[in-house]
Design a protein around this ligand. Structure first.
Ligand code: PLP
Length: 358
């Protein structure tokens, strides 16, 4: 099986081996050490300040999104949300559900965030800015430098969902003035799903402490207190935490985040070059390194995603055809993939083309 889906992704043998072991008991000094190490490694990878903290929440990425909305915002906030697709809409829905006042910068699906569009919202009464830095449904990456500058100028508390972008695109919490970054175990971290990671700046920690979170399981303050001794309030996805530990250490030893970003971006570039031989189109000019969304201007009857899965044992992600009429499929570049794996996918597409299916 070869997996180019947008999470879960291919894991290394190191991570797979840990998954085959018995799950250890977790109220131990040994497991506390693992948690403390993971916190430190995540802070390093995101260039977070020394006083920032990382939370490892058992749940999928959306648990991290919802818990963040519940813990860092309150009724005094007015949040500006970039809504360019499925995940932006999820933040709008979450703010509405939790009675957080918000406005959305509604972007056409697959379109970049421009300076002109963003500065329509300059000098207004907002307190915070919320976005998915890679909108995985379209593959669009929003320019971090543009956003960072805007938020600094308007003194906005900046919350970034980098679930699919972390390790694929550049992100520096201190330099870019980011207050919260969230990600998940099953994207470029290349572990099984189960852990959402939320990194909080000092200002974010202050917000958490001052807020009254109406949830027992999602209470960040409780998690931060327990985290000081390397523990969690409730049973975590222990095996995934052990897998993350191995993966994070490996990333650090292999040259850190810059090397991984370089590796993923060169895989993306390689794939985008190779796909040009087909009657497909990579339309978007601001794609994240994590994903390539492939379009076709002709109507193709064959379901390429299904054919690849059933007949070639290759998995790609389905298109959001409810949001785009021309999108065929999405190809991820995260995880344990190589340029040779790109060749295998291209070969399979050639074969499907030879069979006259597109
Ligand atoms: C994958 C992803 C998530 C999390 O989705 P889950 O299915 O809840 O893990 C959140 N935001 C973005 C941008 C994503 O790509």
């Amino acid at each position: 099986m070869l997996n180019f889906a947008l999470g879960p992704v291919m894991s290394s043998d190191l991570v797979l081996d840990i998954g085959s072991k018995q799950t250890p008991y977790f109220r131990t000094p040994e497991f506390s050490k693992v948690n403390l190490e993971n916190e430190q490694l995540m802070k390093e990878l995101l260039h977070a300040s020394d006083d920032s903290r990382a939370i490892f929440l058992t749940g999928s990425g959306t648990a991290g999104m919802e818990a963040t909305v519940m813990n860092v915002f309150n009724e005094n906030d007015k949040v500006l949300i970039v809504n360019g697709g499925g995940f932006g809409q999820r933040f709008v829905d979450l703010c509405n559900l939790h009675n957080i006042d918000c406005d959305e910068i509604k972007l056409e699906f697959g379109h970049c965030l421009t300076h002109e569009k963003l500065y329509e919202y300059d000098g207004k009464e907002y307190t915070a800015f919320l976005l998915n830095i890679c909108e995985t449904s379209s593959g669009v990456y929003y320019d971090i430098n543009l956003i960072s500058e805007f938020c600094k100028k308007n003194n906005l508390f900046l919350v970034i969902d980098a679930v699919s972008s972390f390790l694929a695109d550049d992100l520096n919490m201190v330099e870019h003035g980011v207050d919260v970054v969230l990600t998940g175990s099953q994207k470029a971290l290349a572990c099984p799903p189960g852990i959402a990671i939320i990194v909080l700046s000092e200002d974010a920690i202050k917000r958490v402490e001052e807020n009254d979170c109406k949830s027992m399981y999602f209470d960040f303050e409780d998690m931060l207190i327990n985290g000081v001794r390397g523990q969690t309030p409730f049973t975590p996805a222990i095996t995934v935490i052990l897998q993350l530990n191995a993966r994070l250490k490996q990333l650090k030893n292999d040259g850190g985040i810059d090397e991984e970003i370089k590796r993923i971006s060169s895989l993306a570039e390689d794939f985008r070059n190779k796909i040009t031989e087909f009657p497909f189109e990579v339309k978007c000019k601001c794609l994240s390194n994590a994903v390539t969304t492939v379009h076709s201007n002709e109507k193709i009857e064959a379901n390429i995603v299904e054919i690849l899965k059933n007949e070639y044992d290759i998995w790609v992600s389905t298109a959001r055809d409810d949001l785009s009429e021309t999108m065929l499929f999405r190809v991820g570049h995260m995880g344990d993939l190589s340029p040779e794996d790109n060749d295998t996918l291209i070969e399979a597409l050639r074969d499907i083309q030879k069979r006259g299916l597109f």
